[in-house]
Design a protein around this ligand. Structure first.
Ligand SMILES: NC(=O)c1ccc[n+]([C@@H]2O[C@H](COP(=O)([O-])OP(=O)(O)OC[C@H]3O[C@@H](n4cnc5c(N)ncnc54)[C@H](OP(=O)(O)O)[C@@H]3O)[C@@H](O)[C@H]2O)c1
Length: 482
């Protein structure tokens, strides 16, 4: 059965090395996450956080950077005493990622810092560096430690490769040095309470487990739209585009969570296996009719974007799952930038009774993931005497709103400290998702799929409606501000 983890249990002593500690992810997400854990009293009395990057900084400077980042980016009010106490656990080592001698020296540094042999403490290595640096860091950690025999946990953030081949290559490379269970492959969407709720709601409620079956569902719609453009990620985004950036991990993970058979025992292995079962059964969307692409009008004027760029900033696609239960159920996904609002939500539209009229609204289960976190159930009630059909929508918040709720990176770090893999990905899942995305990329190139312009702040290309119309459906728009 599902493990119940005591809410306030402290973790065991550990050392956390953040490679790339001078970067954005560390400062905006990881340092505030550590503060959250300290404020919630989840950290043990003995732990060491050490930044490792090339930038030369003294211990004092790094601690000041750490504190400033926590103050600037924490979502909760920062208590100076807690922050000062936390900062005493924070250290810094300046070294080159390629330099094995730096890693040998770092090994000695850990010994000095902790008074223990490094192998005597669980070691979390957070690779908060660009993917081009992953291999050097993984190899050098491994070559200065007994990597497969020690308790070393490697945390990698997406993107994992940029196609199926490179993801497989990365997997084979790192497998030389570490065992598969030492990897914590992180997509921060899976740290969100609302995304975790998809699993928990389906697992614990018969009403949902019965409704959300392929035999009962008419179609599924997954929408993740943003009201801002590519911002400072423009250079990276222009190389990869929206399909690799958003669909490959975030949206296909949500698709898998909504459609997979929920294991009774929701541990990491069972969940990853069930998600992989879905991801590897997604049919090739190999026809232009299944894909709509767009680009917001002002995209080419963003700095670092090629003035002739054809990179899509909007994609909508129609997918099917080659499994008996989901065989003929269309799944529509769409995602885009610089649209009318920021909103991520899933609509599960149920089949109607055969006797119902075409114009009768279907029942829907809607799960809103961000910024509002809510579940909505839509029903209809016929009132014959006044000859009307009343639409009823019941809405309930699924937000975590009690003391102890933490943001995604804090929850995910806590999971790694507990060796809990429920909310991490496996390499087979990643490779299966790349296979789908590679097929879409191939289709885009082979058929030179049109990338239509859409107005900034609009709802995206009108052609997206053609996808749902293929099956006689329409997008069901849910607005986050309602
Ligand atoms: N930022 C986010 O919110 C976010 C979200 C999802 C995933 N990620 C992933 O998380 C990782 C870290 O993200 P980030 O935004 O923190 O990255 P970043 O700021 O570009 O890089 C982190 C640090 O890595 C070092 N670095 C940068 N470019 C390098 C290069 N070419 N060669 C060697 N070292 C280099 C720099 O430190 P030194 O020069 O001091 O060594 C830099 O401060 C990336 O893999 C990214 O794709 C980030």
């Amino acid at each position: 059965m599902k493990k119940i983890i005591s809410a306030n249990k402290k973790t065991d002593p550990f050392i956390l090395t953040i490679f790339g500690a001078s970067g954005d992810l560390a400062q905006i997400k990881l340092f505030p996450a550590l503060y959250e854990l300290a404020a919630q009293k989840r950290l043990p009395s003995e732990f060491y956080v050490c930044g490792f990057s090339r930038t030369k900084m003294s211990q004092k400077e790094f601690r000041a950077t750490f504190k400033k980042a926590v103050k600037d980016h924490s979502k909760i009010k920062v208590d100076g005493k807690i922050l000062d106490a936390l900062a005493k656990h924070v250290h810094y080592y300046a070294g080159q990622y390629k330099d094995i001698d730096a890693f040998r020296d770092y090994h000695n540094y850990i010994h000095e810092m902790t008074g223990k042999k490094p192998k005597d403490l669980p070691h979390l290595a957070y690779l908060s560096v660009p993917p081009s640096v992953f291999r050097d860091v993984a190899k050098n950690i491994a070559e200065t430690r007994e990597s497969k025999n020690e308790d070393i946990r490697i945390i990698l953030e997406k993107p994992f490769g940029d196609d199926e081949y490179s993801a497989e290559e990365l997997f084979h490379f790192v497998s030389k040095y570490f065992k598969e269970d030492q990897f914590y492959l992180l997509d921060h969407y899976l740290g969100k309470h609302s995304v975790r709720s998809i699993l928990n709601l389906r697992h614990d409620n018969k009403i949902l487990s019965q409704m959300m079956r392929g035999t009962e569902v008419a179609n599924i719609q997954i929408t993740a739209v943003e009201d801002y453009g590519v911002k400072e990620r423009a250079g990276y985004f222009d190389q990869v585009g929206i399909v690799k950036d958003m669909v490959q991990s975030h949206l296909l993970q949500i698709l898998a969570m909504v459609t997979m058979q929920i294991p009774v025992d929701m541990d990491g292995e069972n969940l990853q296996r069930a998600k992989h079962g879905i991801l590897s059964a997604i049919e090739c969307p190999c026809d232009v009719k299944n894909l709509v692409l767009g680009q917001y009008k002002s995209y080419r004027s963003e700095s670092e974007v090629d003035k002739k760029s054809k990179t899509p900033t909007f994609a909508a696609m129609r997918l099917f799952i080659n499994r008996e239960d989901w065989y003929d159920v269309p799944i529509y996904i769409r995602t885009g930038k610089k649209l009318h609002e920021k909103h991520t939500y899933v609509v599960v539209e149920l089949k109607k009774f055969p006797f119902q009229k075409k114009e009768d609204e279907p029942n829907r289960v809607i799960i809103e993931l961000q910024p509002k976190e809510r579940i909505n159930l839509t029903l209809i009630n016929r009132q014959e005497d006044v000859q009307r059909t009343q639409d009823i929508t019941t809405t309930q918040s699924i937000a975590c709103d009690v003391d102890g709720c933490m943001p995604e990176h804090a929850l995910l770090l806590l999971d790694v400290l507990r060796k809990e893999k429920m909310h991490f990905l496996s390499f087979p899942e990643i490779i299966a998702a790349w296979e789908v995305v590679d097929q879409v990329s191939e289709l885009m190139q082979r058929e030179k799929v049109k990338v239509g312009k859409y107005a900034d702040g609009s709802e995206g290309p009108k052609d997206q409606n053609k996808l749902t119309a293929l099956d006689g459906f329409r997008w069901y728009d849910v607005h986050g501000n309602e």
